[in-house]
Design a protein. Structure first.
Length: 370
C-alpha cells in the first residue's frame, strides 16, 4: 500500500523524468523541427512585443513597490522607480493591441468566440479562488467568494475582467472593421486620441464628466484593442517618419516621469494619475512603440522568445505570488532600487517561468515552446 509520501515523490520523479526527456537529442530535434514548420505562421514582431510587455509588467510592479513608499524611501531609489515606471507603462496597452491585431483579423465565428470568452471566465474564477486562498493562508487576509464577482481579487486581475468583456464583443468589432473600413478606422483613431487627451486633462484637474462618449469615453481599453488591429492591418499605408515617432515617444515618456515627479514632490506622496493607462502620454507612447515595431521591426526567430511568449500569461498571473513573498520578507526602503530592481526582476521572472513550466509538465503536456 502506497503512502501519501510515496505518491508525492512518485509524482515528482515522473515529472522530473518528463522534464529531462525533453532535452534528449531526439526530442530536441523533433521539437525544433515542429517549431521550424510553423515559424512562418507567426508574426515575430508580436511575439517580441508580448515578451517585452510581460517583462515590463513585472518590472512595473517592482517599480510601483518602490514608488509607493515615497517619501519614506531614498530619493535616488524613487527616481529609479519613476524612470522604470515611465518606460514600462506601455506594457498593458500593448497587450490589448496585440489581442486586437490578432483577433480582429479573423473571420467572425460566434461559437469559437463564445468558447474563448467562457475559457477566460473559467480562468478568472480559478485564479481568483487560488489568490483568495493564498491571501488567507499566507497573508492572513480574510476572504469572501462574493468578492470574486464584485471587485478583482488582486490589482492585476482587472485585465482579466476587461478581456472577458472584450471577448464577448469581438464579433461586433470584427463587423465594425470588416470590409473597406480604412476611413472609419482613421476617424476612430482621431476620436480616440482626442477623447483620451481631453479625459487626461480633466482627470488631472479632478474634473468629473457625468456622461462619457460611447465605446471609448469610459474606458480606453477597447480603443487600444481596435488601434492594434488598425496599425497592423494598415501598416504599409501609414506614413509617419521614424524621427517623428521617436520624438513623440521621448516626449510622452518624459512627460509621464516629470509630471509624476513634480506633483509627488509637491504633495509629499506618490501621485499616479499621470501614469494611468488612460493618460494621453501613456497612450501615445504605447501606440508609437507598437507602430515602430510593426513598421521597422525585423526580428529573428528565437527559441527563448517563443518559450517566454507561450508562458507569458502564466508569468503574468504567477509573478504576484513571488512579489508577495518579497514584500512580506524585505523592507524595500533599505534596498537601493538601482541594484534591487534587476535582482528582484530576475528572481520573479525565473521563478514564475519555472513554476509555469512545471505546471504544464505536471499536466502531462510538453512545455509550450511552439
Amino acid at each position: 500500500m502506497h503512502t501519501s509520501v510515496d505518491i508525492f515523490f512518485n509524482v515528482i520523479y515522473n515529472c522530473g523524468e518528463k522534464f529531462v526527456d525533453l532535452f534528449r537529442q531526439d526530442n530536441c530535434q523533433i521539437l525544433l523541427a515542429r517549431w521550424a514548420n510553423i515559424i512562418d505562421k507567426r508574426d515575430e514582431r508580436l511575439e517580441y512585443l508580448r515578451v517585452f510587455s510581460c517583462i515590463f509588467v513585472v518590472l512595473g510592479h517592482i517599480a510601483n513597490w518602490y514608488m509607493r513608499e515615497y517619501p519614506d524611501i531614498a530619493m535616488n531609489s524613487y527616481m529609479c522607480g519613476l524612470l522604470l515606471n515611465g518606460i514600462c507603462r506601455i506594457s498593458v496597452p500593448i497587450f490589448f493591441m496585440i489581442s486586437g491585431a490578432l483577433l480582429l483579423e479573423q473571420n467572425i465565428d460566434y461559437k469559437k468566440n463564445t468558447k474563448r470568452a467562457v475559457s477566460m471566465l473559467i480562468k478568472t474564477v480559478m485564479w481568483g479562488i487560488l489568490f483568495l486562498l493564498w491571501d488567507y493562508m499566507y497573508l492572513g487576509d480574510g476572504y469572501s467568494f462574493k468578492m470574486l464577482f464584485a471587485v478583482p481579487v488582486r490589482v492585476h486581475f482587472w485585465y482579466m475582467y476587461v478581456m472577458i468583456g472584450i471577448y464577448i464583443t469581438v464579433p461586433l468589432w470584427q463587423k465594425l472593421v470588416g470590409g473597406d473600413s480604412k476611413t472609419l478606422l482613421k476617424y476612430f483613431a482621431i476620436v480616440f486620441i482626442a477623447i483620451t487627451a481631453i479625459n487626461s486633462l480633466l482627470h488631472s484637474t479632478k474634473f468629473t464628466v457625468s456622461y462619457d462618449v460611447p465605446l471609448i469615453g469610459s474606458s480606453c481599453y477597447a480603443g487600444y484593442f481596435i488601434m492594434g488591429y488598425a496599425i497592423r492591418h494598415y501598416i504599409d499605408e501609414i506614413k509617419i517618419k521614424k524621427w517623428i515617432c521617436t520624438l513623440v515617444l521621448a516626449i510622452s515618456v518624459t512627460a509621464t516621469i516629470v509630471l509624476t515627479y513634480y506633483f509627488s514632490v509637491r504633495e509629499r506622496t506618490h501621485i499616479e494619475i499621470f501614469s494611468d493607462f488612460r493618460s494621453i502620454f501613456v497612450a501615445l507612447a504605447s501606440m508609437t512603440v507598437f507602430y515602430l515595431v510593426m513598421k521597422y521591426g525585423k526580428f529573428k526567430s528565437s527559441l527563448w522568445v517563443r518559450i517566454m511568449s507561450k508562458h507569458s500569461f502564466n508569468i503574468y498571473m504567477i509573478h504576484v505570488f513571488f512579489l508577495d513573498i518579497l514584500q512580506q520578507n524585505i523592507d524595500v526602503t533599505t534596498v537601493n532600487a538601482w541594484w534591487g530592481t534587476p535582482v528582484f526582476l530576475v528572481f520573479m521572472i525565473s521563478m514564475s517561468l519555472a513554476v509555469s513550466w512545471f505546471y504544464e509538465t505536471l499536466k502531462g503536456k510538453r512545455p509550450t515552446i511552439i
